[in-house]
Design a protein around this ligand. Sequence first.
Ligand SMILES: Nc1ncnc2c1ncn2[C@H]1C[C@H](O)[C@@H](COP(=O)(O)OP(=O)(O)OP(=O)(O)O)O1
Ligand SMILES: [Mg+2]
Ligand SMILES: [Zn+2]
Length: 620
Amino acid sequence: MDSDSAEDVQAELDSVEAELEVVALQIAELLEKQASLTSKKKQLLCRLEEPCDSTQPSGSGPAMTKQELLRYENDDFSWSTELEQNLKDVFQLSKFRALQLKAINLSMSGKDLFLVMPTGRGKSLCYQLPAVCSEGFTLVVTPLVSLMEDQLMYLKSIDVEAVSLNASSSKEHAKMVLAEMTDAKAPFKLLYVTPEKIAKSKLLMSRLEKAYNAGRLSRIAVDEVHCCSQWGHDFRPDYKLLGILKRQFPKVPLLGLTATATSSVLKDCQKILCVPEPITLTASFNRTNLYYEVRLKDSISDDSISDISALIKERYKDQSGIVYVFSQKDAETVSADLQKKGVNASSYHANMNPEDKSQVHRKWATNKIQVVVATVAFGMGIDKADVRFVIHHTISKSIENYYQESGRAGRDDKPADCIVYFGFNDIFRISTMVVMENVGQQKLLTMVDYCQNVDRCRRSVIAVHFDEVWDDEGCNEMCDVCRHGNDYITVDITQHAKDVVQIVELAGTLDEKLTPLKVTEAWMGKGPAKRRKMIQTTTLSRLEVEAIITSLLLQGYLSEDFSFTPYTTYFYLKLGRKAPLLKNQSHSITMKMRRTGLDANTVTKVPVMADHNPNTLIWE
Ligand SMILES: Nc1ncnc2c1ncn2[C@H]1C[C@H](O)[C@@H](COP(=O)(O)OP(=O)(O)OP(=O)(O)O)O1
Ligand SMILES: [Mg+2]
Ligand SMILES: [Zn+2]
């Protein structure tokens, strides 16, 4: 073969290889689609068979049919009268909420159970009431000492005997508790411990074993059970060791409780806790009284503070609420900015001293402070009934986090608002923060998708995330998307994608990394003039440019690239796994945009495709 023809063959080979790469990506894309359709089909079939029931027995649970499960909603068990009586007399509640009776009956029957129920719906009662109605005591594992203290205080107020063991327990107290565990006359009904205690205290384990053998360990409750799994949003290494409980005390029923766990997280928890065949009860995630809304934050002239303070002073006048922020520094500056605008706000974050924190919490709980401007440190265990608004000044790091944080609103079942301010730059601030987390980026993108979304009911995005079958009727126009109707258009952004990808690719060939800001500015014809190169620029508005770049990130045409210095982590954009698809002439990309501009409140009209500007920019 002469060298010319060898070159030709090589060129053809390269082209075939490139095409193969494209085909492989298309196959991957189709497989992804197939998987999602199959899962949807399964859900729909389920719905056809068993309409109108929010209880979903876990696929991996024991073969208990819906019919069999129904039996546990009855009140003809040997313990039913006692339950009823204690519910009224001790807990001073008139009736059970959805799923509570079923969960309690299952647990009283000795079944292992995972209970997934939205925040504030009353999971605690599902082990507190059985504890009161059973011999011996219930072991409750809780992740935070503050949660433990809240519960002990509450139980004391209703005259239910409960004790705790944690790192701050005094020696005498621990000694007394450990001794009473095996004492048939011991008065306490609940023993609260941290997972660290189980993991580290051999003495505790040996006393538990004695109590078990004496038939005094009646039940094990693992609160915030999602902490077992690295896939959950609040992983605690010591939760991983809790499998010892079921291995050592197999006859004791275990009850795992959480507000937020996907089915894969639950499967993981089941394995970690060594529960062979739990029944899973899942209450609907739909909090019907919450109104969900996303507002866009302009990255140039961010006036979200003015917007937020106006909301608080007008719409939420004299009403209680929380503003969640990204960092401790933000908590202080946003709080100060709101105060300057006349809002009665205080900041709350992990770095404050404990007295200051509890003072802010107390003042807010008693309505002496209207708004707490907080980091996520103000989270688990916050149980104020009349929170009318939860505003996110910065997006949460995942949908699970958002659901939990926004879920602090409206616990009294009266209407409340959950508003997120979504800013392009915030994506990357959070991205660098979660860079060390296993699936941090993936989870962040689910939150970005929630915010960027303009065509799906916000509730449906949350429900689908938690594997719940969703019917849009369930929203009742209680989200901005449903309320504004079909106010979006589908636009073809293929050429835009090519232009952006070209910018990133070009930087790559020059061994240069581009931050999202640099990509934005280069594409808009600004940018630092560094190299003489030709790129396609655009006349789209900044919000539109940012929306398109976000969409390309969500769709996998761009992806994240990090660089570490001893002081900080930098976020850059690089080509995503789907970028090679753009070489394929027939490949097209679309995205959905609000018809009346990206923000219903601003004026940006979206001229999109027709307005592709062939101007070129020379980088000096
Ligand atoms: N049957 C009921 N009727 C009226 N109120 C109830 C009932 N059961 C529980 N509650 C109240 C008691 C509490 O103030 C409130 C929240 O209960 P709690 O058990 O703390 O929620 P939870 O554990 O599901 O939420 P979280 O996920 O935030 O921990 O609901
Ligand atoms: Mg709870
Ligand atoms: Zn909706």
